[in-house]
Each structure stands twice: as C-alpha cells, then as structure tokens.
Design a protein around this ligand. Structure first.
Ligand code: WT7
Length: 652
C-alpha cells in the first residue's frame, strides 16, 4: 500500500511475516556481510552442494596491476549436480522447467520434471562428449528459447565444458566473431527459431558464420520447426544422436574457480568482450539472490521473461531457480504475440507467482491498454520484478496498479552481465519501495559513490556521482576471456581500488540508491546493452560511408534509441534507398537490435582542432536539447553544428 505523504510503499504485513528477510533480518545480515565476508559467505556458500568443501572463502584483490578474484577456491563441485541431480532425490516429479512455445495455438506447453531433466541433460552431455568435447573446451550455444538450450547449458557444466551463448538475434558475423573469440569446438543451433510468429533461419546463419571459422568446428543441429536446412560434413543431428545417447552421464568434479561460462557483452570500444564467470561463487550468488530478491519459496512458479542469450536468462531462468529446486518458465515468444495479452495469459495459465521483466516491455504493454491485463486472472502473482534500465515512474505505477492491482511489491533490480546477479535491489519483505530506485545493496555488496573528476569517495547522503563497488562479491566476473589486462583496464583502470560500473548514481537523503544511466559510450536499447563504437564500426565498414558517429536519444518505448550521424564518401548522394541499405547493413553486421532508429546525413561532424569528435554536442542535438550545447569554441569548424541542428531528424 502506498504512503501518500511520501509516495513510498512499505512492505505488506503478509510479506514482512513470511519473507526470507524482513527489515530487521536484512539489516542484520547486511551488516554481518560487511563486517566479516569470510564468515558470512562461508555460511551461505553451504546452500549449494560441494564435492570437496572449501576451507578458504574470500581471496580477492582490487589492487592496481594485481586484480585477482577467488572465492571458495579450494572447494570442488558440479553445477548440473546442484541444479538437477540433488533435486531428483527429493523432488524428482516436480516440474523444473515449464516451456511455453511461441505460438500457443499450434504447440502445447511442456512440463519437464527434475527427473526428465536429469535424463535430457545427461543425454546432451553424452552427445557433446561423443563430439569430442571435454573439460575446459568451449561450446557456443545459438538456440531459440527451447528446452534444449537449458539442456545444453547444463550439459556443458556436467562435463566441465565452458558455454558461450550467443543470442539468436545476432547476425552470422557476430556469431562467427564469438565462435572464434573463444575458440569453440562445437556450435549448437536449431533449424529455425520461431519468434512472434516469424521465423529466423538459425542454421543458415550458423553456416554463414562457420565459413569464417576453423574447419574442425562441429555443428550440432536441433530440430525445432522441421523446416529444410542445408547439411554439411560438419553437421550432426541432435535428434538422431539423442536416440542412441546414454541416459546417465556422471557429473565431473570442477574447481570453484574453473570457468563456467563466457558471455560476450558490449563496452565502450568496438570489440565486445567475453565476460568470464566461474563455477562456485557464481552459483552461490545466483541462487541466493534468486531466493531473497524474489522471495522465492518452495512450490512457487517463477517467470523471468528474458532470453538465455543474456545474463538475466543465465542467472534467473536457469542457474538461480534450478539451484534452488524451483519451477522456472522458459518462454519462446514475445510480449505481443499472438496479442498484447500474451504475458498475462501465460501468467494465468501457469499460475505464476513471481514475474520478472524489463521496463521496455512494460511500456509497450502499457501503450496497448489495461484491457489486455484485465482479461486474465493474475491472482497468483506475489511479486513483480524489473531489470535492464531505470524504470520510469509512469511505467512503475502502471505495473504496480494495473498488473499488481496495488498489492504486489515491485523489485527494481540493478545489476550487469559482469556482476552475475543483483547488486542493488529492494527486498520485498524488508524495503519500503520508492518507484524508480534500485535502492539498497544486496548482501555482500559495498556500493560507493565517487566524484568522477577527483575519484574521491563521496560520503554522506543526498549526493551524486559515479557508482563503484568497494569490494568483491562471489558473483563478480573474474576476467575478460583471454585478456586479463583489458579486464583490469576496463573495470579498475578509472578508479584505482574500485570496480567501476559505468553507471552514474545518486544516494538520496535516506541513503537509497538511484541509478541514473551509463556515463560511458554505452547505450541501453530496450534493456540491451549496445556500444556506440560497435555500431559506428559497422557503419564505416560500408563502402559508401566515410565516417559515422552514434549516440543514444530518449525513446518512448525502448528507453534509448540509436541515433547515427553518417558522413558519406565524396561521390555518394544521400537517399532513402541508401538509408534503408545502411539499416540493413547494420542488421547484417551485428543484428536487428543494433539497427539505427534514426540516421542523419552529416556533411561534417563536429570535431576539435585535434580531430576528436565532440560527442557531447552530438548527444545534445539527438536529445533535442540545443540550448545546452555548451562550449563550442574549441570546434575546428563551428558551422558544422548549425547544419546538424537544422537537419536534425524527427523523433517520431
Ligand atoms: C546495464 C547493464 C543484468 C541486467 C540486464 C542488463 C543498466 C540494468 C538496471 C536497473 C537502472 C539498470 C545499467 C547497467 N541497468 N538494470 N534496475 N536500473 N539501470 O545487463 O546488458 O549487462 O547491462 O544495464 O546501465 O550498467 P547488461
């Protein structure tokens, strides 16, 4: 219930009584986690099963030139044993995964029990082993949201292989770069990926990608739609092999710090980096955040609408919920197919208790109108979650009042691919909610606000700066695949001794945190992270483009849209056809998510006398904020700016 004086929402009595943590418990546990991380995590590390228990807990350093992060380092375990086998003993017939297909009218949902899961994961592990995959090898997964994606992830962990999932919306070029980047032995794909009633030819994308990869890379193909695909010598049929595969494969013993997965993510340079997460700390953190943040209890049905191609899907569709013996939904579709009631229909159909989605989806569904929500019975919902970008108050209120009927808490979770799990988030039984704020640190997380210029820590409340983290937590990434120096430089190079998030933040008068958005050249499009440099390098790779600069601008549904300023080669003329050609080009270089929303032809770009593009100015123009261009006196040619303002693209 809302407190009208302060526009805050204290925990309901029911939550405060039954939640894993009420306000007092949170305060005590948080204080313990700060005072003695070894004791705190030594205890909570036991929530998962270890083959050989750890004797050391935390061994981490953020020291310049020597960033080194180890948790539970002498313990051994297996992730698939934790997410599958240990539950077969206690809850073998419980549904582990509910699979909900893209088209509910042609395909039925599937309920996969823990016992089924053990067989399917074992078989997939056995197949991978037959294809020559062993401990430490990399496997790229390029699949739709089908159960085989979860089997593949868990199968890798079962035999100690390191998976790297590439979102099925990425182009062949992006896929090829990632296969080569981690030197994968096998790529797992499907014939086609149905999504929103349309179908992406994944296998032919994989074929195109593999043209640029080593010949030895094998391709395991899962049949999803049964549509025709080409077949080459490197291809293997999952559906054939699964008939012969052993239905039990023993989980191997892994060290806590062995890599679990690599996930490529965008940064402020052109090349995406391979974020590496390891086995023990990640699993403890994913499981614990899943239980506390969502107040997950035995028997609950949990739905995170993300794709396993993003970290949200790793931690909160697969690893967290399954480590906790939960029931998790895997959804193949989109929010608006067959109609704008799909999310709510699925919630009602499977009696969803916790629902976790992104502000961009909420805004799109809000625009479709409340009647789509009201048609469905949402009485099983106990909690709503938000992730991916700051949630604007309008969307928060709609989510709270229309979806939650005014009595379900919202957890606004701030975290990143790099952090493995939630960093700042309300806890539903403990926190008095403030719409738009991620609010409070999870256990073990030490947020600090730094002055961006001096790098000094800003103490006290009612302050603003950049968000850093003062000490390590178990779910933290350990390195950039193959480039530890880049890891140190990217995250520890700007502010020595701190992990730098790349986000700006405020700490309000009550000490609550509000994340204000990226302060680097990363933009957030529909909750997906995009490096502006990546889109720029795709654009300039086109023969007709001389130069390009890309910035974000406010977009009603996506949060931020992609605004590209393009200077053409001397002999080229701007045209609508060329605009379409460039859009198509970027889609094929990176993927549909990187397609510029607006392209402005720029005869010249604003540059300093030393030739540096002044992005600050380009951002202001894209934001329609001409009054605040700031100092333009250092520009080599100030008239360039006049031209850009005059020809600014319309946002609509
Ligand atoms: C960036 C990380 C792991 C979450 C999915 C995106 C932004 C994420 C919030 C939030 C404000 C948020 C930040 C962050 N972000 N959640 N609740 N409030 N901003 O993961 O692709 O690694 O992107 O998303 O800017 O740095 P990602």
């Amino acid at each position: 219930m809302r407190d009208p004086m302060s526009n805050t929402y204290p925990p309901t009595d029911a939550f405060a009584k039954t939640a894993h943590a009420d306000a007092e418990t949170y305060a005590k546990m948080y204080a313990d986690s700060m005072a003695d991380p070894d004791a705190f995590w030594g205890e909570h590390g036991k929530r998962i099963d270890w083959i050989k228990p750890y004797s050391k807990v935390k061994n981490t350093s953020f020291a310049p030139g020597n960033v080194d992060i180890k948790w539970f380092e002498d313990g051994t375990l297996n992730v698939s044993a934790n997410c599958v086998d240990r539950h077969v003993e206690t809850r073998g017939d419980q549904t582990a995964i509910i699979w909900e297909p893209d088209d509910p009218n042609t395909t039925d949902a599937m309920h996969i029990t823990y016992r089924d899961l053990q067989t399917s994961v074992s078989k997939m592990a056995n197949i991978l082993q037959d294809l020559g995959v062993s401990k430490g090898d990399r496997v790229v997964i390029y699949l739709p949201m089908i159960p085989e994606a979860a089997y593949a992830m868990l199968a890798c962990t079962r035999i100690g292989a390191v998976h790297s999932i590439v979102f099925a919306g990425f182009s062949p070029d992006a896929l090829g770069a990632r296969i080569n980047g981690c030197d994968a032995k096998v790529v797992i794909t499907a014939d086609h990926a149905p999504r929103g009633g349309r179908s992406t030819p994944l296998k032919s994308n994989a074929d195109a990608a593999l043209l640029h990869c080593k010949e030895s890379v094998k391709c395991l193909v899962v049949k999803r739609t049964g549509e025709q695909t080409t077949w080459t010598d490197r291809d293997y049929s999952y559906n054939d092999m699964v008939l012969e595969a052993d239905d039990y494969q023993k989980p191997v013993e892994m060290a806590a710090e062995d890599p679990l997965f690599i996930l490529y993510t965008s940064g402020s340079t052109g090349q995406p980096k391979g974020v590496v997460h390891t086995t023990g700390g990640y699993l403890v953190y994913a499981a614990m955040t899943h239980e506390y943040t969502f107040d997950y209890h035995d028997g609950d049905v949990f739905w995170c609408t993300a794709d396993v191609g993003w970290v949200t899907g790793h931690s909160y569709i697969v690893y967290g919920p399954l480590a906790n013996g939960g029931t998790t939904i895997m959804f193949e579709g989109v929010p608006t197919y067959p109609d704008a009631g799909r999310f709510w229909e699925v919630c009602a159909k499977h009696k969803v208790n916790q629902f976790y989605t992104a502000p961009t989806a909420i805004r799109a569904l809000m625009a479709a109108g409340p009647e789509w929500v009201e048609k469905h019975d949402l009485s099983d919902l106990k909690l709503l979650g938000s992730v991916g970008e700051p949630i604007n108050p309008e969307a928060w209120n709609w989510y709270y009042n229309v979806v939650g009927k005014g009595n379900v808490p919202i957890v606004d979770t701030f975290w990143q691919t790099e952090t493995g799990g939630h960093m700042l988030t309300p806890l539903p039984g403990a926190t008095t909610l403030k719409p738009g704020a991620a609010q409070a640190p999870f256990f073990g997380v030490k947020p600090v606000v730094l002055d961006p210029q001096s790098g000094e820590e800003i103490h006290g409340n009612d302050v603003e700066g950049v968000l850093c983290i003062g000490d390590s937590w178990p779910g933290q990434m350990r390195t950039v695949w193959g480039d530890h120096e880049r890891f140190e430089k990217t995250y520890f190079g700007d502010y020595a001794g701190y992990y730098f998030s790349g986000d700006g933040c405020k700490r309000d008068a009550d000490g609550d945190y509000w994340v204000t958005g990226r302060v680097d050249d990363v933009i957030n499009v529909s909750g997906h992270r995009m490096g502006t440099a990546e889109v720029e390098s795709a654009l300039v790779a086109h023969v007709k483009v001389a130069e390009a600069a890309v910035v974000g601008y406010p977009h009603d549904i996506k949060g931020q849209g992609i605004y590209a300023y393009v200077t053409l080669m001397n002999n080229e003329e701007p045209s609508e056809d060329l605009r379409k050609e460039l859009e198509k080009w970027v889609r094929s270089e990176i993927g549909p998510i990187a397609k510029p929303d607006l392209i402005q032809w720029a005869p010249g770009l604003p540059k300093t006398r030393s030739g540096k593009i002044m992005r600050r100015i380009l951002r202001k123009i894209a934001e329609d904020d001409f009054g605040a261009l700031g100092d333009t006196s250092t520009l080599a040619d100030p008239s360039v700016v006049e031209d850009l303002i005059e020809n600014r693209m319309n946002k609509s």
